[in-house]
Design a protein around this ligand. Structure first.
Ligand code: OAD
Length: 375
């Protein structure tokens, strides 16, 4: 990322003004304001953990939260003891099996594949200052990755299942692909920490525009300009240099209180303040990382509550479902919901003639694209 700090969008600045803005871990040369907010957040979380270890949970510093901190040990503990309050935290890795690239996997990640946009630096595509100067690359990418073209994965449905079993306290996502919504997770159960494409605002006057209005602009390759003041209109996804939605700051204190399991999936935990959420888990809360690559923050040899599953997150949720006896339920849910995404039959000039002679049954009448309807 460029390391520039920006004043943020004028129309929505007040809500995030005193709060840390979205950024990656501070590289050398980042302005003090951004670096300072990250350092302060890290100190705050470390002190909170230290105090709670010393004062509130004296026993937890001495023993492991569960006896066997392997993934199998975690599964057998879940099966025999259960968990009551689960928080999930996810990133782009949970959507790669849907065909959406993540950001940082070398080679396939989005940031290795943006050459055609001639950006000074790949992350500039999500940098507010850059966007204001040149919004074209972002809108070209938005057209390519627009929510509605992809289906949820087993991970998304597993999270929905957790909710249906009244185990999910909250789902924190960095993703802007809307696949959680498409999988049927209720909005109130989610914190879409990096925003969504569902609402849009003018960066100058703050006027709101609908999702349909924005979609029409994106798909007609038109830079969306405000009807009132001609300023640039931007989807409410959070760019580097912007504040996070209020929910992100308001929910964690309550959500993590007595939370006994935190599942972190498909994220490099490179981006703050999202990554700092893992520090909200109390010392007796088990933290499970499910990711293709290991992350330093998790699973030190002396840790008491971290579990690593280094591998594919779809595989991990199938293993969890199997251990808990939920496999059939998960399969049935995926099948039932998957049928909503079946494409209408494509009518070619070859088959049109014959088709026109046949009486139409309800199954043959092309359905409207239900992905669009739900999103
Ligand atoms: P990253 O690309 O940084 O990390 C994705 C992680 O998921 C990587 O560690 C991969 O190894 C892992 N992964 C990929 N596919 C997987 C799979 N099938 N199973 C398990 N693990 C898999 O993406 P995020 O952590 O989401 O922000 O990135 C955070 C933020 O950085 C994004 O929200 C975005 C980006 O800049 C903005 O654009 C504002």
């Amino acid at each position: 990322m460029s390391g520039r700090d920006s004043p943020g969008p004028s129309g929505r600045e007040s809500q995030g003004n005193r709060r840390p803005k979205l950024s990656t871990q501070a590289p050398v040369g980042v302005p003090l304001t951004r670096r300072a907010s990250q350092v302060l957040e890290t100190i705050r979380v470390s002190l909170t953990n230290l105090f709670s270890r010393l004062a509130l949970h004296p026993d937890q510093s001495a023993s492991k939260v569960i006896p066997d901190l392997s993934f199998d040990g975690f599964l057998s503990h879940w099966k025999s003891n259960g968990f009551k309050k689960i928080v999930t935290m996810v990133g782009a890795g949970i959507s790669t099996s849907a065909g959406i690239p993540d950001f940082r996997t070398p080679g396939s990640g989005l940031y290795d594949n943006l050459q055609k946009y001639n950006l000074p630096h790949p992350t500039d595509i999500f940098e507010l200052d850059y966007f204001i100067e040149n919004p074209k690359p972002f809108y070209a990418l938005a057209k390519e990755l627009y929510p509605g073209n992809f289906r949820p994965t087993p991970v998304h449905y597993f999270i929905r299942l957790l909710n249906e079993k009244n185990l999910l306290v909250r789902h924190y996502t960095q993703n802007i692909d809307s696949l959680e919504r498409l999988a049927g997770l209720p909005e109130e159960k989610m914190v879409e920490a990096h925003g969504t494409f569902h609402t849009n605002h003018c960066l100058e006057c703050g006027l709101e525009f609908s999702k349909e209005w924005m979609k029409e602009k994106i798909f007609s390759d038109t830079i969306p300009l405000c009807d009132a003041c001609n300023g640039i209109v931007k989807p409410d996804i959070v760019f580097f240099g912007e504040g996070m939605p209020d929910k992100f700051y308001d929910m964690p204190a309550e959500d993590f209180k007595n939370c006994d399991l935190l599942i972190v999936m498909g994220t490099s935990l490179e981006v703050y303040p999202f990554a700092s959420l893992v520090g909200h888990a109390e010392p007796n809360c088990l933290r499970v990382l499910i990711n293709r690559t290991s992350i330093d923050k998790f699973g030190s040899p002396t840790n008491k509550r971290d579990i690593n599953f280094i591998g594919d997150c779809d595989d991990a949720v199938w293993k969890m479902a199997e251990a808990l006896g939920w496999s059939d339920e998960l399969k049935a849910l995926i099948k039932k919901e998957g049928s909503k995404f079946e494409k209408p039959k494509v009518r070619t000039s070859d088959n049109k003639h014959n088709d026109d002679k046949k009486p139409k049954t309800s199954r043959e009448v092309p359905q409207s694209n239900q992905i669009e309807k739900k999103s």
